[in-house]
Design a protein around this ligand. Structure first.
Ligand code: BGC
Length: 312
């Protein structure tokens, strides 16, 4: 039996999953992300731990696929630029190959997740699909005709850095008004905290403080609290704007949402589908675009990363 390891490096956690050659998950686990130069050690430690848990020798692995946020030179295995991981020109694949003695394939995290969903999840059966990940950052993966579209030198598909408000909120990339500056879990948390401060009579104060409120808080109270509803509406309105831009360019059959915020399920997708339908060029009757949550949830990235080495 051949084994494959998929690693998904997020802004806060590194996740891992072992798959067999039929795509069955054998074991999974995670570690807190160590940004900067410690990342290779952190991934290597997780890989060894998972192999041990699965009762397998590392040498029995066919390879390790790693999804990382930022611009990834997927041909040479280099993290060219990642604001969220504080890395520049990091030869991550080479470092991991030296540490683990295995073939390593690197790819952008959201690209890997889109591949995972297209192969094993909500994108299965569609020729053209887009995945938007709503986590620490906003990531994008575009699958056209069953294949990942990564752009020149695999630096494209940076959906999160499409401007949706000219001169708007500052983004981690240095520009203003990026999709990510409005629709990441971080942006949602900040907006929620700001709204709570503005309205101290909000029900959100019943359970949360400024520091404990997060991207889930507004959705939790939106049915009964006006301020929470305003925050959720604000978020969904910006999400619909970005999704409609993508839909009008690529017109995929489905746009899937992954990452932490997508755990809101229908609370997110139902209003989003309505807004998107209104904003689709020419309307939604001809060539409708479905809005779905990623069915692999926050495992899309690890499945996709493992699929990178399965295809080889
Ligand atoms: C990065 C992307 C990444 C996304 C999700 C963005 O800030 O630019 O490369 O896919 O965050 O992690």
């Amino acid at each position: 039996m051949e084994l494959y390891l998929g690693i998904d490096v997020g802004g806060t956690t590194v996740k891992g999953l072992i798959l067999d050659d039929s795509g069955n998950a054998l074991c999974s686990g995670s570690s807190p992300t160590m940004c900067g130069c410690g990342l290779a050690d952190c991934i290597a430690e997780l890989a060894r731990r998972l192999a041990l848990n699965a009762g397998a020798e590392l040498s029995s692995f066919r390879g390790i696929g790693v999804g990382c946020p930022g611009i990834i030179d997927s041909e040479n295995g280099v993290v060219v630029y990642s604001a969220n991981l504080e890395l520049k020109n990091e030869p991550l694949a080479k470092k991991l190959e030296e540490k683990l003695g295995l073939k390593i394939k690197l790819c952008n995290d959201a690209n890997a997740a889109a591949l995972g969903e297209a192969k094993f999840g909500a994108g299965k059966g569609y020729k053209d699909s887009v995945l938007i990940t709503l986590g620490t950052g906003v990531g994008g993966g575009i699958v056209i005709d069953g294949k990942l579209f990564e752009g020149y030198k695999s630096a494209g598909a940076e959906i999160g850095h499409m401007v949706i408000e000219r001169d708007g909120n500052r983004c981690t990339c240095g520009r203003r008004g990026c999709f990510e500056a409005y629709c990441s879990a971080r942006a949602l948390t900040e907006r929620t905290r700001w709204a709570m401060e503005e309205d101290t009579s909000s029900e959100m104060w019943k359970t949360y403080t400024h520091d404990t409120a997060d991207g889930r808080t507004a959705f939790e109270y939106m049915a009964t609290d006006r301020t929470a509803k305003q925050v959720a509406d604000w978020y969904i309105k910006h999400l619909a704007c970005g999704a409609a831009n993508i839909a009008n360019i690529f017109r995929p059959q489905v746009i899937m949402f992954g990452g932490g915020v997508a755990a809101q399920g229908k609370k997110l997708t139902e209003p989003l589908q309505k807004l998107l339908n209104k904003e689709l060029f020419g309307g939604s009757e001809y060539a409708p675009v479905k809005v779905e949550c990623a069915t692999l949830g926050n495992k899309a990235g690890v499945y996709g990363a493992a699929a990178l080495v399965m295809n080889k």
